[in-house]
Design a protein around this ligand. Structure first.
Ligand code: SF4
Length: 478
């Protein structure tokens, strides 16, 4: 055993053919945030040896797993940390900015923590390849997710921007953070041969490393960088004739189909319209497929003949129509991996929003986890719709239901995070858990604040609750 510069005891673990050396990642390299020193590992980069040293870790679909709390060696991010952590993959255009196969680990490795440790984290991945552009980022990200889901003892829920990972005690001594990167490095280079270089940095922010105080500014900065990159390739729904569909989650929800438009990021948050387009270009026989728009029946609801035809065919003929911009009437189906959800609150004829990291009770009287369980599985649940944080930033967000004028409740930190996208005149009129979670009090709150719902949707100052059809049912008037 030997002590690293950062104070953890390294037990001389054999890590395949990685070469371990110490490195300092100083404030000089990262001018805004001071990052503690860490260690570097060199992964094999010879194409014939990318997988060397991974023989003792189970890989493949049979290893997709959930790791229970009692079985975890380490948990990264998740509800305990209100999902304030991130995984960010960036496409770098200058090959000199990416050192192929280098893994920098800031913080303890898997075998160096007490069993049951939980910490916020940051996982940054830089990718370079001739012809790999910002448009390809999400495709590469998706391949990375595929690689990770098949690693023995590794659990991943949530999304890249709100992750929840656990690593099982069963793989301690066999799996390390460098090996996790090696699987991603080898898999991505195998399935996307255009990728020439990948470099990784893990920050496992235990209290000694800096905890949330270290992660939060990095998180904020990373999200801003991603936003700028996305805006550089942004399109509008009207600019295109073809949307895209995705059925990856059929394994969890057999009748589920997602519709992806330039304005609608699917609720798992893992890819945008550009990402879907690139995926179809590179993998035309895959789970993402073109969905010609056809005729637009209603631009506010997001009702298109072509979308309905595709959804009907791909949903085992179970879903006849969807309104892409509505949670209330014929919403798209929910598989289960949504970042958040919109839900109808009958007592106020309005919509509430909640996100996975909100662990309190909603005005429905249940927590998000229970709500998510109720609406998952691939049925068309009128009144409920999975949402992603990025879809909330769109001008078509729940447009068919009245948009932000119909939103009456959301968790305080989600509201704060979305502040720049919520119309100023509505912002103070949306209640949070700090105001109330009681539907009766919520009704009074909305009246008192003069929420637009009172004028636009209520009659004579009173809400008119809708009678929602059962899952998969039809509205009586249509
Ligand atoms: S939620 Fe939708 S877009 Fe995301 S992976 Fe599942 S089917 Fe695809």
């Amino acid at each position: 055993m030997f002590a690293c510069a950062n104070g953890w005891l390294c037990r001389g673990l054999t890590v395949g053919q990685h070469v371990q050396k110490e490195v300092k990642v100083s404030a000089a390299e990262d001018t805004e945030v001071k990052i503690p020193p860490g260690r570097e590992f060199q992964l094999p980069t010879d194409p014939d040896h990318l997988w060397d040293g991974l023989q003792d870790v189970g890989l493949g679909i049979r290893w997709v797993a959930e790791v229970k709390k009692a079985d975890m060696q380490i948990e990264l991010s998740g509800p305990k940390w209100e999902y304030k952590s991130y995984t960010i993959l960036e496409v770098i255009e200058d090959p000199n900015q990416v050192r192929d196969g280098i893994v920098t680990l800031i913080g303890p490795d898997i075998h160096e923590v007490e069993p049951g440790t939980s910490a916020p984290s940051a996982w940054e991945i830089k990718v370079y390849g001739p012809g790999i552009t910002q448009r390809h980022r999400e495709y590469v990200e998706r391949q990375m997710a595929m690689a990770l889901h098949g690693i023995e003892g590794y659990m991943a829920f949530g999304s890249f921007q709100a992750p929840w990972m656990r690593i099982s005690k069963a793989v301690v001594g066999r799996l390390t953070f460098a090996k996790l990167c090696q699987v991603v490095h080898a898999y991505v280079k195998t399935v996307v041969p255009q990728v020439e270089k990948m470099e990784f940095r893990w920050i496992v922010a235990t209290p000694e490393v800096g905890g949330l105080d270290l992660i939060l500014p990095l998180y904020k900065r990373g999200i801003e960088r991603l936003k700028a990159q996305e805006q550089s390739v942004a399109l509008e729904d009207e600019d295109v004739d073809i949307f895209y569909g995705c059925t990856i989650c059929k394994s969890l929800a057999p009748n589920h189909v997602c519709a992806i438009t330039p304005s609608q990021i699917p609720y798992c948050g893992i890819l945008s319209y550009n990402g879907a387009q690139v995926t179809v270009e590179l993998d035309p026989e895959g789970y993402i497929f073109p969905m010609p728009k056809g005729e637009c029946r209603d631009p506010d609801l997001g009702s298109y003949t072509g979308v309905d035809e595709a959804v009907y065919e791909r949903s085992n003929h179970q879903v006849k129509r969807v309104n892409i911009f509505s949670a209330i009437r014929y919403p798209t189906t929910n598989c289960g991996c949504f970042e958040g959800a919109a839900f109808y609150i009958p007592e106020v004829d309005g919509l509430g929003l909640a996100i996975r990291r909100y662990i309190g009770v909603t005005p429905l009287g249940i927590k998000f986890s229970r709500l998510a369980g109720m609406i998952s599985g691939g049925s068309q649940n009128h009144g409920y719709k999975g949402i992603s944080l990025r879809s909330m930033q769109s001008k078509t967000f729940l447009k068919g239901d009245g948009g932000w004028n119909r939103i009456v409740w959301m968790p305080a930190d989600m509201k704060q995070e979305m502040a720049e996208y919520i119309p100023e005149e509505v912002y103070d009129k949306i209640a949070t858990e700090q105001d109330t979670i009681d539907p009766g009090e919520l009704r009074e709150f909305l009246k008192q604040k003069g929420h637009p719902i009172v004028e636009r949707f209520w009659k004579n100052g009173e809400p008119q609750p809708l009678n929602l059809p059962p899952p998969g049912g039809d509205w009586p008037d249509e």
